[in-house]
Design a protein. Structure first.
Length: 94
């Protein structure tokens, strides 16, 4: 069962990559848009898949749902601020 699920995942990935073989030269603006869209989907998938376990763990550790939610919101805010700082520092090197 696991092997067939792995093969199905591989096949779907390979099938999704086939159109890229025909895209030898696309405009830079289109490439940037596609990369931005892919990054946004990955960021949303990772954030939303970790949100509920984080709320559950925070509620268990701190003994209440409001405190658990506050810790998750604080953590997400700190993550956003860290990304902003890293991007501003990286832009200084250009």
């Amino acid at each position: 069962m696991r092997c067939s699920a792995g093969v199905a995942g591989f096949a779907a990935t390979a099938l999704g990559a086939l159109p890229a073989l025909g895209l030898r030269s696309i405009p830079q603006r289109v490439e940037d848009s596609l990369l931005g869209m892919a990054a946004g989907m990955m960021l949303a998938a990772s954030a939303f898949s970790l949100l509920l376990p984080g709320l559950e763990a925070g509620s268990e550790i701190l003994g209440g749902k409001p405190a658990g939610a506050a810790v998750v919101v604080l953590g997400m805010g700190l993550g956003v601020m860290a990304l902003i700082v890293v991007l501003s520092v990286m832009n200084g090197f250009q």
